[in-house]
Design a protein around this ligand. Structure first.
Ligand code: ZN
Length: 307
């Protein structure tokens, strides 16, 4: 099977946004900045730093502008801002995000609860945002959320995911992400979705976003890489969730994913020891045990173990 694996995979760190957004206690701006800068020092090159949403609904992201203002530009680094509507995009642009991501939910009920609009309305909003982003010289990508299942509607047909992917592709994203927002996906589903989306959009780069709610996150990540996906989201320590998805838990832990890929000979360009240190620091900051396994078990050193 290893001959089917790529030489490298890109990891997008989503902890400062998707991760912290679900933390009950608001984390200070200085802590967020250390989190982001430590992740970059470890080798992360794309990082979701904030979402530009209503601070009354998501108090954790109320300092989005402050975070962006304090971040120094770094060679080859993309500071990603999540937006859900045009107003959010204008804020992200003004704050200096170099990349924006938007999300449309594959089920209408969930999209309505998350964004106060139907899926079709969100796709229309995305088209306008993508146009504005292109005009402003900002990279724009789009996520199809809850693509593996919806907390309100249950199963989401793959045909629906493919249809939405095709519709959002019309606006010219540089990449489409497919998200298991509530953590119900399994590897066979990953392979099927990759294959079916590829049939319709053969040249569109795909990114996958997994939550480990039911412990299938890393298996899903492996299935995605094996199916040809070259970009994955993860959060240091496995923190995170979605405040609008009942019982959704963290993203797949970045350091656990890097460990797995490293041991399979797939490069990520990320310093695993540095990630583990950041994960442990983050655990101290949050004051609770966080899901990542490498921060508990530590890295594996084959030579030391054989000695
Ligand atoms: Zn998520």
């Amino acid at each position: 099977m290893s001959e089917r694996l790529p030489k490298s995979v890109e990891i997008v760190e989503v902890g400062p946004r998707d991760g912290l957004q679900n933390e009950p206690t608001v984390v200070g701006t200085a802590t967020k900045l250390k989190f982001i800068n430590d992740a970059l020092d470890a080798g992360i090159r794309r990082i979701e730093v904030a979402s530009f949403v209503n601070p009354k609904r998501v108090p954790q992201m109320a300092d989005a502008e402050d975070v962006l203002r304090a971040l120094l530009p770094r060679e080859g680094v993309q500071f990603v801002g999540l937006v859900l509507n045009r107003k959010g995009f204008e804020r992200a642009r003004a704050a200096g995000c170099t990349e924006i991501g938007m999300a449309v939910v594959a089920s209408d009920t969930f999209n309505q609860r998350n964004q106060g609009a139907t899926t079709a309305e969100s796709i229309t909003a995305w088209s306008g945002i993508a146009r504005a982003a292109h005009a402003a010289g900002i990279r724009a990508q789009i996520t199809v959320s809850a693509a593996f299942g919806c907390p309100f509607e249950g199963d989401v047909p793959v045909a629906r995911v493919v249809e939405i992917a095709e519709r959002v592709a019309d606006a010219g994203p540089f990449e489409i992400a497919i998200a298991d927002t509530i953590g119900v996906g399994v590897p066979s589903q990953v392979s099927e979705i990759v294959g079916r989306v590829r049939e319709r959009l053969p040249s569109m780069p795909l990114r996958f976003h997994f939550h480990n709610t039911r412990n299938t996150g890393l298996a899903n990540a492996y299935a995605a890489v094996e199916a040809g996906v070259r970009v994955l989201d993860a959060s240091i320590g496995g923190i995170g969730g979605c405040p609008f998805a009942p019982a959704a838990t963290g993203n797949i832990p970045t350091e656990d994913l890097v460990f797995m890929l490293n041991r399979m000979g797939v490069a990520t360009g990320i310093d695993l020891e540095a990630l583990i240190r950041t994960g442990r620091w983050l655990q101290d900051q949050l004051g609770r045990t966080i899901p990542g396994m490498l921060i508990k078990a530590g890295n594996f050193h084959p030579r030391a173990a054989n000695a």
